[in-house]
Ligand binder design. Sequence first.
Ligand SMILES: O=C[C@H](O)[C@H](O)COP(=O)(O)O
Ligand SMILES: C=C(OP(=O)(O)O)C(=O)O
Ligand SMILES: [Mn+2]
Length: 445
Amino acid sequence: MSSPERRHGLSTELPAAQQPTWPDRDALASAVAALESYPPLVFAGECDDLRDRMAAAAAGEAFVLQGGDCAETFADATADNIRDRVKTILQMAAVLTYGAGMPVIKMGRMAGQFAKPRSKDTETREGVELPAYRGDMVNDFEFTDASRTPDPNRLLRAYNASAATLNLVRAFTRGGFADLRHVHDWNRGFVANAANARYEGLAREIDKAMKFMAACGADFEAMKSTEFWSAHEALLLDYERPLVRVDSRSGELYSTSGHFLWVGERTRQLDHAHLDFVSKIRNPIGMKVSDKADTDELLRVIDLLDPQREPGRLTFITRMGAGKIREALPPILEAVSRSGASVAWICDPMHGNTFESASGYKTRDFDDVVEEVRGFFDAHREVGTVPGGIHVELTGNDVTECLGGAERILDGDLNRRYETVCDPRLNHQQSLELAFLTAEMLAQA
Ligand SMILES: O=C[C@H](O)[C@H](O)COP(=O)(O)O
Ligand SMILES: C=C(OP(=O)(O)O)C(=O)O
Ligand SMILES: [Mn+2]
């Protein structure tokens, strides 16, 4: 049996928060050995390319859009769901590209987002206490003892679901589905809906720009495909460590589970395993930063993860809450700027704005989401730093999980299609609205 402890010198000595307790250690060892033998999902050279793209975002020459489910599930990894999520991201990206006047780096919270940190280790329903759902990579959402018991075979199912998802994403984005002319037509359909009349002006401007490009003889054939990157939280170390590989070109370590990995708010302790793990891989990496982040601690994180101050290496994904960002973000931006690090800044307007609705659903209000993005742009303007992108939990489906938006989803509507197994996502319509509103902010930035 191979030993994950010694593989590539990736330590398992350090404490790691939010890891499951696998009851069957032999099954875990077999699953880890199988993962070690599987082909990489991404190639190191692609990760290098993405690092270059992220350097442009850090410098204000590109804008990042990261989007996808809070928690992917095996059952929902269907062609239709994947297509509709990619379509939503492409539509948002087209609008943002126009607003920003810059390339948009498109990244799915996809093909690996199968593990979740939780506030509590257990969940209690009607007096029955079971392990919390920790993502399909660990256990099943169904509330039974058997389903909630962590099962290491799920690590292999997660790998397979990620491989199938990434394969289809690559096919969609390279095989003609991403044609800018289709994407623009879809967006015309969106503004044709009377509820979205507010966005007609911007859509008309984009229409004119497309006609202008066509008249100038722009090569639309070259715009039939696009780069699209995979990203997920590097949470479950029994999945991440075995998928680390030595790049045959450089001898350096890369995660091959996704192009971009981030460390979450609950696992970013400086002396713990997750930051140590990402410090050892060459991929572009991110870390979530809440309003509770201490600036001295962030400077030490930079020294650990980006000692060479390499543009594109490190991204901070801020998630502070609409009511806190204007106060909490500027001092952090100032301190990080002074350190000389060239980090990319991305706004996650979701995780600081979660609350329980009167009817008991975990939800977010669309207005809070927009307000946090506005606060993000304002904070960067105030300090003179670069707002580099947004990070959104979304789906291409017409779910009812977040309140508000032009369709005015109310608390009483949430039960109609509340389908997430973890956090509430913007639906297709709300996602496009956010893109139009962010494009307006970018145009003014
Ligand atoms: O996306 C992540 C959630 O915010 C995290 O898993 C915590 O959720 P919980 O408070 O429902 O456990
Ligand atoms: C758990 C998540 O976020 P955070 O680490 O910011 O809480 C998430 O992105 O789903
Ligand atoms: Mn989430």
